[in-house]
Every structure is written in structure tokens, then in C-alpha cells.
Ligand binder design. Sequence first.
Ligand SMILES: [Zn+2]
Length: 258
Amino acid sequence: MQIFDTHAHYDDKAFDTDRDTLLGSSLPQAGVCGIVTAGTNVESSLKSAALAEKYDYVHFAAGIHPEDVAGAKGGDISRIADIIKSHKKAVAVGEIGLDYHYDGDRELQQHIFEAQLSLAQDLDLPVIIHDRDAHADTLRILKQFHLRGTLHCFSGSAESATELVSLGFYIGFTGSVTFKNNKKAALVLAALPLERILVETDCPYMAPEPFRGQRCDSSMIHSTLAFIAAVKGISPEEMANITMQNARCLFGIKELKA
Ligand SMILES: [Zn+2]
């Protein structure tokens, strides 16, 4: 089975001890043939770019995550723009969005989110969106732009997923769909067309069952794929193929080089 993981954070310090073993050999051996590793601030976007330069099958996104806006400096958005413009393997602006789970400056989050959405529009690139407990504002702001992209680790309703698909977005699902308390995921998946579903890990976070709680990596994506395939009534192999085509289509990746 060939796997494309559309959302990972291989720059994370959780991979400091074995990053090269994973990306250089164990993940390709486990069938991982494509990864988008997403930056969360300027430094993390630079590290993500370096990983994409080192490994043919790794692509990257650059952006400022909503949890990183407080530490962002003036000029960081133009630094993100420079990183994207100077690397051929930059496939998206991300990870960007809104996170209202913890107390934070919501106005600042919205301002930086909007600035990065207009950057994506200017560069004609897709966006990778993080929306945690901020569904209404995320949708309201996205409607002000003409963009394509993915709502990663989607946690909204079937209705909002359908609306996002009609606006041109894909919906990304992580290992959280396999968690026993997640009853909503199957309903959302059932409502979506196969050609708008993406599968991702968000590693090192969100390890699917039966690995829940462990450090996640892209090889653990099998149980997420199996869950989604069962809801859609197709085989995990078919689901892997479809989500790989979807990822290549959204991110404009013509060739997959192992
Ligand atoms: Zn993420």
C-alpha cells in the first residue's frame, strides 16, 4: 500500500533522536511515498524546508500557527513568503488558522490568519488550516477569500464540512477518527465525497488506536485509513490510492520520487 501523509511535523523535537532513520529508511519501507511537513513559525518552516530538500518524497508548507502568533515578530509573514518563494518544494501556506481552545489574543490570531490567507492568494498556493473551537470565525474568514486548501484534523459538523467542500476545500482526517469517543467523525466522513478526503497523522501528535498516547509517525496511518475505508465501504488500499491522488491534486505534486 502506498501512503501519502498530508500533515506532519517532522521538524518537531520529538523526532530529534531518530528523524533521519525514520525519513531515510523506515517510513519509505512502510509504504510512505509522500509527506507534507508543516511549519508552525519561521524557524520551524525553515527546518521543514530543509527536510524537503533532503528527502525527495517530502514536501513542506510554511506558516505561522495560531498558537505561535504571540511569539511572532514584525516581518515574520514576509519571511514566510521568502521561504516559500525560495524553495521549489513549498506546496502550501500552513499551518495557519484559529485556536480558541486556550485563552489567547483572538484578534491577533485573526489578523495573522487573514494576512497569511492573502499571501496564499497572491502566491496562488493552497492553505492548510487549523481550526480548533473556532468553526464560525474560520468559515466566515475563509469566505472572504478565493482559496483552495484543507481543513486539517477536522472536528466540525457534517454540515460545515459539506459547505467547506462547496467552497473548494478538502477535509483532512487524523488518527482522532479512531478514538472511541469520536462519534462525529463517521457522520462527517459519510457526508463527504471520496475525492475531497485527505488522510494525515499530525505526527508526533494524534497517534491512532491502537497506538493512542504514543509518539506518532506516518507509518501509523494504516488504522486511520482502515477506519475511513470501512465508513466509505471500500478497501484500505483503494482509500490509500484515492487519498494519495487527492493530495497530489491539491498540492500540485506531479511526480512521486521515493
Ligand atoms: Zn499540525
